[in-house]
Write a protein that binds this ligand. Structure first.
Ligand SMILES: C[S@@+](CC[C@H](N)C(=O)[O-])C[C@H]1O[C@@H](n2cnc3c(N)ncnc32)[C@H](O)[C@@H]1O
Length: 440
């Protein structure tokens, strides 16, 4: 089994060399770099020819070495200037972890993953995600709720839009609408498809105080009509919409409820395509999530050491100083060294209720989840922290981003540099689940 420390060390030691050509072109520093390099080469050639004719071999070697060292220092410092100079703590965060704008330590502390029954994965590729980003940025610019604090930011808005557009459902259901931003995202993905929105407070109530979104082709179960997803008569609702094949329904959960509970309710209703917004990492969050459920010792990055002198404790302690959502082992572990869920608890309903569970129960939950899944797919962050300047999620517990650190040119070209930093601070591993065909 790979320990977190040797995973981290392996990640650090297998760093790729900077993508000198592709990334230099993209980050706008490229042309300058190329002409400067050419100039260096012609000077070196002249000096070398002269010294060779005069028979000075050692000076050639020494001068050559000096030129190589100076050039590499100049090029390296230019890279950093191109990425950012105005965020001093941000830069210190990057330097601390050895980022130089081209590299990162994504996933070095492990990325939990729910295995699917037959190892199936999604149809879309990273190229599709990039193409999707290009299309989504101008859409996001037109969002009615510019400041969606406590709701989705850019990463998850993109993820929900992309998944919805890819699947092209005949009916969309959302649980947890707040001011209606996610309803708006669903509407952008599918302009003519009906929506069912379940949320205790109707989004129109927020209109009195500021921007909100109320959809014209949406049935709201809100206010006095609110019915929890688990208590809804789904047979009746499906008949109302003429939905015979439930594989045409996409359900989006952003209601901070125990995700195992929601999965069981969705299974009972017969829904197959589920998206969960807040797929909190182990030791964090206000509800039991799939990431927590699947964080098991046999999965890459799973299982944890609560031992205070362990490598994991040391690494987590260090990282906590830099990333707001990173947790050290004191926070990770509850009584009896219980690391699973959140301090050994299965939390529910914004942590208004929680229950301590044993490791055996937790493990059983992961086996159950894996037994009913065809696909588990976590949305990667849209871009690395040297680009977004996000300060919350720890890259060591996240999959590689769609736009990797160092690709500032691409980030800017896609229009992502125009957004406020805060829109990139909401990433919590949104997940898409495809439920397998159940036997009865
Ligand atoms: C984080 S907010 C949703 C954010 C929204 N999806 C967005 O993107 O802006 C959580 C919402 O869940 C609602 N909620 C609370 N309990 C719920 C329940 N049992 N079913 C559905 N929604 C619930 C809250 O009232 C709140 O509006």
């Amino acid at each position: 089994m790979a320990t977190p420390n040797n995973v981290l060390e392996r990640a650090l030691s297998t760093r790729r060399p900077p993508h000198a050509t592709e990334d230099a072109e993209e980050d706008g520093c490229g042309d300058d770099d190329v002409s400067k390099t050419r100039k260096h080469i012609s000077i070196v050639t002249k000096v070398t020819n002269y010294l060779t004719r005069s028979g000075y071999v050692w000076p050639i070697i020494i001068i050559g070495l000096v030129i190589v060292i100076i050039s590499s220092v100049i090029i390296h410092s230019q890279d950093l200037v191109c990425i950012s100079v105005s965020y001093s703590d941000h830069i210190s965060r990057l330097r601390f972890f050895g980022f130089d704008g081209h590299e990162s330590d994504f996933g070095s502390l492990g990325v939990p993953w729910c295995r699917s029954k037959h190892g199936k994965t999604v149809e879309w590729t990273s190229k599709d995600l990039l193409k999707g980003l290009e299309e989504f940025v101008p859409i996001y610019e037109t969002r009615p709720i510019k400041n969606n604090m406590y709701g989705m930011g850019f990463d998850h808005s993109f993820g929900l839009w992309f998944i919805t557009r890819w699947l092209k459902p005949d009916l969309m259901i959302e649980s947890g609408a707040f001011k209606g931003h996610s309803t708006w995202v669903l509407r952008q993905a599918m302009p003519d498809t009906p929506i069912v929105s379940i949320t205790p407070r109707h989004p129109e109530k927020y209109l009195k105080k500021g921007p909100a979104y109320v959809d014209g082709n949406c049935t709201y179960f809100a206010g006095k009509d609110f019915v929890d997803f688990g208590s809804m008569d789904w047979g009746r609702v499906m008949r109302k919409y003429g939905m015979k094949d439930l594989s045409g329904v996409l359900v989006f959960f952003d209601d901070h409820q125990n995700e195992l509970k929601r999965l069981k309710q969705a299974l009972k209703a017969g829904f197959k395509h589920l998206v969960f917004e807040d797929n909190y990492d182990t030791g964090t969050g206000d509800h039991y999530s799939f990431r927590q459920i699947c964080d098991q010792f046999y999965i890459r990055g799973g299982g944890h050491s609560c031992f205070k002198d362990s490598d994991e404790a040391r690494i987590r302690y260090r990282r906590k100083k830099f990333w707001e959502k990173a947790v050290d082992v004191e926070e990770l572990c509850g009584p009896g060294e219980a690391w699973w869920g959140a301090r050994g608890q299965m939390r529910d309903n914004f942590n208004h209720s929680n229950k301590a569970i044993t490791y055996a129960e937790h493990f059983k939950n992961s086996r159950f989840v894996e037994s009913v899944l065809d696909v588990y797919w976590e949305l990667p962050p849209v871009a690395g922290p040297s680009l977004t300047h996000q300060t919350r999620y720890d890259p060591a517990r996240a999959p590689t981003p769609i736009i990797e650190d160092g690709r500032y040119g691409l980030f800017r070209r896609l229009g992502l540099s125009q957004f406020e930093i805060s829109v990139f601070n909401g990433y919590t591993q949104m997940v898409y689940l495809q439920v397998s065909e159940q036997e009865n």
